[in-house]
Each structure stands twice: as C-alpha cells, then as structure tokens.
Design a protein around this ligand. Structure first.
Ligand SMILES: Nc1ncnc2c1ncn2[C@@H]1O[C@H](COP(=O)(O)OP(=O)(O)OP(=O)(O)O)[C@@H](O)[C@H]1O
Ligand SMILES: [Mg+2]
Length: 1040
C-alpha cells in the first residue's frame, strides 16, 4: 500500500542510493525471491557482496577480488558471471551439499536462489529436458582449486535428484563408483593437492527422454605417466600403488610377490612422503575394491589390474650393475622374474629387451647392449607404457560397464574436469600441452558464448551489437597450425634424421616464429625482456598471461619412445595392449600430435553442445580453511580469463530477465502494476520501466525478456525495491502485520472468487443440460421443457435476421429461412420489411413532383396502353430540349409565355403522312410546333379539343384541334419517344387530363378542309409507320 506513493520520487531515491551503493559495494541482486525470503538468516548472509559479477559497476580486477573476498569471508564460495559459476575452494566442509539443499535447488530458476553449483546442474538438466539437446559443464581451474570435487558434487546432485528406476540405480551407482577407481589410478598426492587428478577427464552422463540417467561414457586425456617412475620431493606416485601395498590382503600380496612396506619400492619413495597423514590408503583400498565390484569388474579383470600394478612396482626395483665395458647387467633376477610372472611374458625376452637394443639391418638383427642409464631409461619407459595402457584399458572397461544399449533417444550432460592454466617456476612440455588445451577451451568459450549471445539477441528480436574482446585464435594457430605451428615444428625435429636436440628445436622455432606477436625467446627479445628469459626458454603470450617454457625434455617427452623389442614384450599382454600394433614399422604419432588431435575431437564434440562453465579458484597454497590469499587469487583470476569472460558477458546488455520474473519482483514499485498487473507481462514491464524513469537507451524490450544495459540501472531498481520492502516492514511494525493481513485478505478474496466460480460452473452445467433436453424437444409444442430453448431460437433467429436483411427492394431472394416456430412471423416481417424498403425508396426519389406526375400518368394510362408498365421506372425530366437548343428567334417570339417543357417529336403531314422532325414546345398558354427558327403551328390550349393514343406500344399521338379556329390546319399527328412524359406534362400544363383518350383500332382525324382520315393501329414483327393503300396512316408496333 505504501509502495505506489514512491513513484514520483523514484529517480531521486535511485540516484542517491546508487552513489551510496557503489561506495558500499553491497547489493542484493536477484536471489531474494521465493522460499529463502522467509529464512531471514540466509537472506542476510546472501546479501554479502554481489552475487553476479556482471552487475559489478566497475569491472576491475580489484573489484572482482574484493567481492570474492567479502563473500569468501562468509563462506559464500560461489558467485556468478551470468550463468558461469566462480567457485573458491573453502578447504573445509560446508553444510551446503545436503539433500535439503538439493531439494531447494530442484526445478528453480537460475537466479531465484543464491549462487550454487546445484543451480547450474539443475538448469543444465532442465534445459536439456525441455529443449532435448546436449550440454556440457566445463570445470577448470588450477591444481587444488576444487574441479574434481565440483564434478563429484554435480554427479551426486544428478544421482539424487533425477528420477530413477531400480535398473537405473545400477547405472547411477556405476557412474558414482567409477570415481574412486579412476582416482586411485589417475590421482596422486602432489605439492598442490593431496588428491590431484593427473589426467584430463570428460564424462558424458546420458539421460533418456524422461530424464533418467541411463548411462555414461568417459574420455581421458594426457595421463601424467612420468609420475609412475619419478616423483618430485613431497609428491607421491598414483594412489593405487600405496593402497595395494597398505590395504591388500596378506594372500594377495603373497600372490603378487609384494611386501607390505611402501618404503621397499623405488617407484614409491622418491618423493619421500609415501605415508601421508591426510591420506588413509587402507580405507581407500576398501573403497576401491568395493567400487570395482559395483562397476562389475570380475575376478579375472581385477586380478589383471592388481598384477599390472604389482609388476610396475617390481619393475621399479629392477636395478643394473655395469659390466667391464660399462654395459648394463641385471643385478638379480628376482624382481624381473616376478614381472615376467605377473605379466605372463617370457623372462628372457624381457631381460633382453631391458638390456639390449635390437637393430634391424637388411638381413639380420644385431643386438646392441645398453649402458646403465639407457637400461634405466628403457625400464622406466616400459613401466610408463604398461601403466599408461592399463589406465586406458581401465577406462574402456568402465565405459563398457556404464554403457547403455537400450534407449535410443538419449541426451547428455558432459562433465569436463580438466587442468587449468599452469604456470610454474619452470614450465615444461606438460605445461605447454595443458596451456594449449586451455587456449582451445577459451576459443571454444568465445565461439559458444558469442554464438549463444547472438542467438539470444536474434530470438528476442534485439539488434546485435559487436563485442570488443581479445580473440585468442591467433595463439591457437601459433601452437597447432599445420607445417607452421609449434607442434608441427616440434614433430619435425623429433622425426628428422641427424642430431636433433631441444636446442635445435628452439632454433627452428625462432626461425619460423620470429615475428609472431605472441612468441618471444631470449634471442628475439628486446633488452628489457631478455633479462627475464634464459637461453633455452621460449615464452608464449597466452590470452591469460605470459608463460615461459624451458625446452629441455620437449623432444624426449614428445617422442615417448619405446624400443621395438621391449614393445614386443608388452604386446604379449594381449588384453592391455591389443591396440599396440607392433608390426607397424611407421612411427606412432607423437604425444603432442596425439594430444592435438584428441583436443580437436573434443572441441568438435563440445561445439555441438550447449556450454556451462565452472571456474574454480584456490584460496591459498597451504590448503587452510578461511585463508584468502589475494595475490594467489589475482593470479588465477587472470589465468582463468575471468576478466575476458566478464567482458564478453557484459557486452551489449548486462542484465536480462523474463518479463514475468521481472514484473513479479518489481511490481510493487509502480501503482499501475501493484498489486496485480492484469495485462500482458511485457506491457506491465514497459509501464514499470517508464515509471522508474528508464531512459530509452538503457533498456530494450525483447520478445520475452527485458534487456538492461548497465548494472547501475538495475541497482537503482533493486534499491527502490529494498526501500519499498523496508517501508512495508515499518508499516507492519506500526500498525499491523501487513504481509500476513495481506495474505489473509488475499486468501479470503481468492476463496470468494473460487466460490463464485464454482457457482458459475454449477449454473453452467444446469443450463447446458436444460438446453440439450430442450433441443431434443424442439419440435414439440411449447412446454416448460422447451420454452426457454424456443425463446433462444427466436432470439437467435431474429438476431441473425437483423444482420442479414435484403438490402434493396429488388432483392427478393435474400431472406433467412426461419425455424419452424417462426414461419408465420417471418412472413409478416418479410412483408413489413419490403414495405419499409419501398417507403424508403420512394422517399429517396428527389423531386416529389415527379411522383405526383407519375400518379397522373397512372390515372390516365394504367391498364390501358400496352407499354405503360415498363415506362413506370423511367423518371420524368424537366425538359427534353434545353433552352439553348431552341432557336433564339422562336424563343424571342414566345418569350412572354414562359416555356414549360420541350420535346423532340416527329410530325406526320396530314395528307401524305410524311414524317418531319420538329420541336414541340409547351408554354403556359399554348403548344408550339417548331422547325428550327420557324413556328410551324401554334395550338392554344383553348382550341385543344382532345388527345388520342392507341392502346398498343407505339408512340403516336393525335392532337385534336377545334376547327372553329381558322388559323388551324386540322388535327396534329405526332410521334414522341417520351409519350407518357409529354402527355402527362401537356395534360397538367393545359389542364386537359380528361381530354386524353386511349383507343383501340384506329383514330379519326380531321383535316382542315373538313376532310377526314384515319390512323390505324396494329401489331407486327417490327415497328413501322406508313401510308397504307387505303390512304390511312398505318402504325405497326411490336407484338408483345
Ligand atoms: N567445495 C569444496 N568444499 C570443501 N572442500 C573442497 C571443495 N572443493 C575442493 N575442496 C578441497 O580441495 C581439495 C582439492 O580439490 P580437487 O581435488 O577437487 O582439486 P582439483 O581442482 O581437482 O585439483 P587437480 O587439478 O589437482 O585435480 C579437495 O580434496 C578438498 O579437500
Ligand atoms: Mg582433480
């Protein structure tokens, strides 16, 4: 009730609050609606900082970090950039991942609740279901930032929240349980993370059309195999080795020839931290064993796995002594025998492979002994190969187990848990690959985000505005371009004959990349930059920042060579290595090229899906809860490209929201929309925007959403909203609990409305029933059953008739067929209507006189002369000859008499009946027969004895004249086309109505000298007037 009064003061309030807000940098933006409004504590917590970076007023790194810090201090680890989630690792268990929380986020709009990884998971899921398309969630961040944890949380969310059947539960369990197994084999303790994933993982979760999780598929990338044989200080080998030694049963260890002592194994102790307090290998072993059962690993496969793991441990303990020539000799055969036993390969072959190189000449094979270093290199290469292949094999088996062959219509949500940008003090080949991968993913992000933005603008009918951002394609090309990119040059160096070394590789790079703006080396650099580079370094200016790579080891790591005879050994491990084709003499693809190709495939696959992003940040290096290391965060913000992301997201319009949602939240701010807006939501939003004083450039109305350009506009609106809520709160304190009263009133109102509606419906049912019964009885006599129906029929007919009446008197066909009850009434109405039309018509005829004359005509001729009826509709004119057409001399002669009417006639001579065209002029006192300038005859009305016409359809008129007048030549015979008009006028002007006779047969005429003649009338084929043989004038008219 208070809100509407705020309207006029809005802009002032908005302005002052805006300043205040920017200074204090606190705003509650979206998430106060719905359920959480009631939970005061949560609401207050959620107000900390800004929940979406898109709405930060200034997009500086400082503002971003300060907002993250503020939220982190209150354990708010998630913040949005649009639909991207930034997550900061809290290093402590937060109570935000329970079932209750999952329920809260289920099926709720993204922005209705505080940022949470569940919101993203849920929205991806629901979008997939409604749009039936594929999605992926890209989780990136540096080691220890929380990627794997995030992906597990998402998987758990789906496991709990998706509908499921018993059958599907198995698939679901398998997906969940694939994690501990893969982590045992692919994760390790590193300096940065006690459970660091040492491989890139992409997992598809497949859903059927009902939204059940029905299957899964995993792709793995770039396992860090070097860890099998070497670990830095403070780091461990892959977990599984320690788990087996610590947790395996005595029997199993005996079978595998292992001692329960991790310190005994060379491959487990180089980092000098085989036992770590934070890791419980024994328990983890149990989990892995259990997980293997869930994912249906049978005994053979499980045995196989353990044997390979044990064989690697034994292989690490194979040591060499030099012989007299410095060639490598096995120290003792025990470990080697265990390896051959466990892998089922011939011990001698294995021994030979480890100590000799087989060189194939044209006809023979020569064995060349290794030095100790060389033998160790080969041993390690073998261990890496065995482990690497086993890992791939393991992933394949898991995939088989999770595969769903049944339902054909599947959509997927992919989870990509992949290494973020890595920048160490010394960066090598691995970092080069990882950072290249991140460049590719950034490129994918640009393409997908811009595409999505563009598509949204298009769908909403909003003009696309070009976005300013850095496109990192140039760096992707620098790395991957065919024949010219760094990988191609590296491959060339690896494959070319001669002494290729890491440094010659660097030379080649400098040669080819010399001018590239994103590539620099010690030699190419200017003075200042040179100081920051070693001679063996090259630096790439990645989109996220600079990374300096040391070329040492690039060739070796890229080659990943395994000599042929040792390959022959491992090919005996049929199961694991079926993919290795030892007969193929072509060199296998290099590691970088394999990685490049798999990335290419991955990006192609992701391009076809809709993207969601989670960017994980590590809060501190010491894995401590509550510590927010600003420098570390700044570094990650930079290398995760958050600023770039924000820039792309904010380009154009920073905020957009569906009309319904926008109106629902802000409707209290305008009297016209509060408490209800009855029209279309878009119109309501427009009214609201106008009322709030939005300038035309500040917002755009799309088809379903409002787009707001600057965050500050929304801030101001949000402030006003806050104030409005606050005022409502005060009002309630002072007087009454407004909200609950409002709710009560609303409840009562709704109740009353519902009751009314109920009554209306009951009434409707009664009416419809009655109607049907009456319809059935419609033919019966009027009774209580059908009287209302019949009344309805009458009314309906009359209404229809009203709209379909004939429009003209002549229209005799249009008349709606009446229902039986109205036949009589319809006939009466029809007559009435025609009479009405006739009356109207008659009234519409211009001079009344004409009609009166017609009455005279009718009195004289009706029923007497044959062609009278067709003449009726022909209107009488004032005259047939205008005064201009009458000779001036004639006019001057009769000027005193006032001309009343003139008409052209044909006059027949009295003797020879010769036809002569004349004008016949009627004045007040006499009629004149005129030939041009001459008046041939004047007939004063006094001397006009009578007028005769025939009863046929000819136009002959005989004017009888008194013979007393000596000036007269006798009766006049004329023929006139306008007979009725002429005679009516004559009779009126001369007052001679009674003088007109209609005769049959013939008319006698008097000729001057007392002679008589006759005009005879007859009918024939065609009209004729001629002098007949008997001397009479014969008039033939058409026989009707
Ligand atoms: N949401 C979280 N809540 C509590 N602790 C977390 C959370 N995310 C991560 N952690 C802690 O951080 C550790 C490292 O997380 P995680 O293994 O997910 O990192 P990562 O990004 O996958 O690193 P890597 O690249 O090395 O695999 C976890 O073992 C856990 O202790
Ligand atoms: Mg991980």
């Amino acid at each position: 009730l208070l809100c509407p009064s705020m309207g006029p003061h809005m802009s002032k309030v908005m302005e002052s609050k805006l300043q205040h807000k920017i200074a204090k940098n606190k705003a509650l933006l979206f998430a106060l609606g719905g359920r959480l409004d009631m939970e005061g504590a949560l609401t207050t917590r959620d107000r900390v900082g800004i929940q979406d970076f898109v709405l930060l007023d200034e997009t500086t790194e400082v503002a971003i970090i300060s907002n993250l810090k503020k939220r982190f201090s209150k354990d708010l680890i998630y913040t949005y950039i649009g639909t991207l989630i930034v997550s900061v690792n809290p290093y402590k268990d937060l109570d935000i991942y329970n079932k209750k929380q999952m329920d809260v986020y289920m099926g709720v709009n993204f922005f209705e609740l505080p940022p949470h990884i569940y919101a993203l998971a849920d929205n991806a899921y629901h979008t997939m279901l409604t749009e039936f398309n594929n999605h992926f969630i890209l989780i990136s961040g540096e080691s220890g930032a929380g990627k794997t944890e995030a992906s597990k949380k998402i998987l758990q969310y789906y496991a709990v929240s998706c509908p499921s059947t018993t059958l599907m539960n198995t698939v679901r369990d398998k997906m969940l349980m694939s994690n501990p197994v893969l982590e045992a084999f692919g994760n390790a303790k590193t300096l940065k993370n006690d459970n660091s994933s040492r491989f890139g993982k992409y997992m598809d979760i497949q859903f059927d059309s009902q939204g059940d999780a029905v299957g899964g598929h995993i792709l793995n990338y770039l396992l860090e195999k070097s860890r099998v044989v070497h670990q830095n200080h403070g780091e461990r080998n892959f977990h599984v080795f320690y788990q087996l030694v610590e947790g395996g049963s005595d029997d199993l260890l005996t079978q595998l020839g292992l001692k329960r002592d991790v310190q005994h194994y060379y491959y487990l102790t180089q980092g000098e931290c085989a036992i770590v307090s934070s890791i419980n290998d024994k328990n983890d072993w149990k989990s892995v064993k259990n997980a293997l059962q869930v994912i249906e690993f049978d005994e053979t496969n499980t045995n196989h796995l353990f044997r390979v793991v044990a064989s690697v441990l034994h292989l690490g303990n194979v040591h060499f002594d030099p012989d007299s020539k410095g060639h490598a000799l096995l120290k003792n055969n025990t470990e080697l025998n265990w390896v051959s036993d466990l892998l089922g390969v011939d011990a001698n072959n294995l021994k030979e492979g480890l100590t000799f190189r087989k060189i194939e000449a044209k006809t023979e094979q020569v064995l060349s002994p290794f030095t100790i270093d060389h033998a160790i290199y080969v041993r390690d290469a073998l261990a890496k190969a065995i482990y690497g292949q086993t890992f791939t094999w393991l992933v394949n088996r898991i995939n088989e187990s999770m595969e769903n062959k049944d339902s054909p219509r599947k959509t997927v949500i992919g989870l990509l848990d992949i290494y973020g940008f890595e920048v160490f003090y010394v960066n090598s080949f691995e970092q080069f690959c990882i950072n290249y991968c991140n460049e590719k993913l950034q490129q994918l992000f640009i393409q997908l985000t811009l595409k999505a933005e563009q598509e949204e603008y298009e769908a909403e009918g909003i003009e696309w505005e070009p976005v300013q951002f850095f496109n990192n394609k140039i760096i992707c090309d620098l790395v991957e371009e065919k024949h010219r990119g760094i990988i191609s040059i590296l491959d060339e160096e690896c494959l070319r004959p001669g002494d290729a070394t890491d440094l010659t590789f660097l030379d080649r790079l400098e040669e080819k990349m010399g001018n590239h703006p994103h590539f620099v080396t010690h030699r190419l650099a200017d003075k200042m930059t040179r100081k920051t580079l070693e001679r063996g370094d090259f630096r790439l200016l990645h989109y996220a920042g600079e990374v300096t790579y040391c070329v040492v080891g690039f060739l070796d790591k890229n080659n990943d060579l395994l000599y042929r005879n040792i390959k022959n050994v491992i090919c005996l491990l049929q199961e694991c290595f079926s993919a290795v084709d030892t007969t193929n003499k072509r060199r296998p693809e290099t590691v970088a090229t394999q990685f490049k190709n798999s990335l290419q495939k991955l990006t192609e696959m992701l391009m076809a899906k809709e993207a969601w992003y989670i960017r994980c940040l590590k809060s501190n290096e010491s894995k401590q809860p509550g510590q927010f290391d600003e420098a570390l965060i700044r570094h990650q913000v930079k290398y995760l490209g958050l600023m770039e992301h924000l820039r792309v997201r904010r380009a154009g319009f920073a905020y957009r929201r569906k009309y319904e949602d926008f109106l629902k939240r802000y409707k209290p701010l305008c009297p016209a929309t509060w408490p209800h807006w009855r029209g279309m939501p878009a119109d309501g939003v427009e009214v609201l925007a106008q009322h709030l004083g939005y300038l035309p450039d500040e917002y755009k109305m799309g088809r379903t959403k409002i787009f707001i350009r600057h965050p500050r506009t929304l801030y101001a609106t949000e402030d006003a909203y806050e104030k409005c809520k606050h005022d409502l709160g005060n009002a309630s304190k002072l007087n009454f609990n407004f909200m609950s009263s409002a709710t009560k009133i609303e409840t009562c109102w709704r109740g009353a409305q519902a009751r009314k509606e109920k009554e209306k419906r009951a009434w409707a049912v009664k009416v419809i029933k009655k109607f049907i019964k009456a319809y059935i009885n419609r033919g019966e006599a009027k009774s209580t059953d059908n009287s209302e129906y019949l009344a309805f029929v009458r009314q309906s007919y009359l209404n229809r008739l009203k709209n379909n009446l004939p429009k003209t008197v002549l229209d005799k066909t249009t008349w709606l067929t009446p229902p039986a009850v109205l036949t009589q009434a319809s006939e009466i109405l029809r007559k009435l209507h025609y009479r009405l039309m006739v009356r109207k018509y008659v009234r519409g005829i211009p001079p009344q006189k004409k009609l009166q004359m017609k009455v005279v005509t009718s009195a004289i001729f009706k029923g007497k002369k044959e062609n009278y009826p067709p003449s009726i509709p022909q209107l009488f004119l004032d005259t047939r000859i205008s005064e201009q057409e009458i000779n001036i001399r004639v006019l001057s002669m009769i000027r005193n008499e006032q001309v009343k009417y003139s008409v052209p006639v044909i006059k027949y001579d009295r003797n020879g009946f010769k036809p002569r065209p004349r004008q016949f002029i009627l004045t007040k006192t006499a009629a004149y027969l005129v030939e041009e300038a001459k008046i041939k005859q004047r007939v004063s009305y006094n001397s006009l004895k009578g007028i005769s016409v025939s009863n046929l359809s000819d136009g002959i008129i005989v004017i009888h004249i008194t013979c007393e007048d000596p000036k007269q030549k006798g009766d006049l015979i004329i023929q006139c086309e306008h007979l009725y008009e002429f005679l009516t006028k004559l009779s009126i002007i001369a007052n001679k109505q009674d003088a007109i006779k209609v005769v049959q047969g013939s008319i006698k005429i008097q000729i001057q000298s007392g002679k008589e003649n006759s005009v005879d009338f007859t009918t024939g084929q065609e009209p004729m007037v001629y002098k007949a043989k008997n001397g009479h004038l014969m008039v033939v008219s058409i026989n009707k």
